[in-house]
Design a protein around this ligand. Sequence first.
Ligand SMILES: [Zn+2]
Length: 303
Amino acid sequence: MKACLFAGSRLVLPDGASSLPDLTEASGWNAGEAEWFPATASPPAVVGAHPADGHAGHSAPAGRVRAESAQNYPAVAARAAPGWTPPAGVSAVGLRQILVLLQEPDLSIALTAAHLARWRRTTRFCGVCGHATEPSRRHRAMVCRACGHLAFPKVSPAVIVQVTRDDRILLGRSRRHPRGGFSVLAGFVDPGESLEDTVRREVEEESGIRVRRVRYFGSQPWPFPDSLMVGFTAVYDAGEIDSADGELEDVGWFAADALPPVPPGYSIARALIDDFARRGGVDPALVPTWQRRWSGAPQPGTP
Ligand SMILES: [Zn+2]
């Protein structure tokens, strides 16, 4: 049984680990009031009843975007008591840092667990009557015993889109990106919008470009903090670059053999950019990848 222990929003891992600890090991860290809860789509009947992880022989295909395999593994998660500090040889690492530390399927398990842990932390009180909630025994939901309200995990859909014009791709630079880094445009779905509506609105708002031929590409759970990224391709229709919207510092068209630094693997953003590079005859391995400077905790095993 894999175990995801969170200290605040950070995941607790043995230094140098590339996989999640099992429940026995994580329990030995004495994380105070930690209460373990199921962290997979089909909760195991009895949490903690399986001392060994019997699925170690499975491995996810490299380079995939979807995280469906994580749903097949038994795993539990818990939040450490406030003020708990990890013992020697164990560190709490930021969620984005685990993108480079953990291998699949543990990475997908940890990201799903992080999403659920945050949801439980932010759903401790009923949004209808204010009474304290507790985990439902019938659903993956928090239930209010006072009024019966059920709060299911929140998933916030967002679109991300590869826009091309002839042999160039539209990329933007956000203040959140590492220095010099660019990525494909993305944005959250508004109430009342179809996903295709969101693609057209976000691209026009952020770049001044109107697009057509909006086509589904793939999707990826993205728990930063609770998104589902839905990828699309689209082609230029009309307009000139205009980033006056202010959300992006810079927007431009880039050829496949002259791409700026873009996000690392395990992101649908990178899958969209690699798809463009491949079609332009450029090996995705040669596309420059941005480097993020991690802050805060020590950096066990960072490649
Ligand atoms: Zn209530």
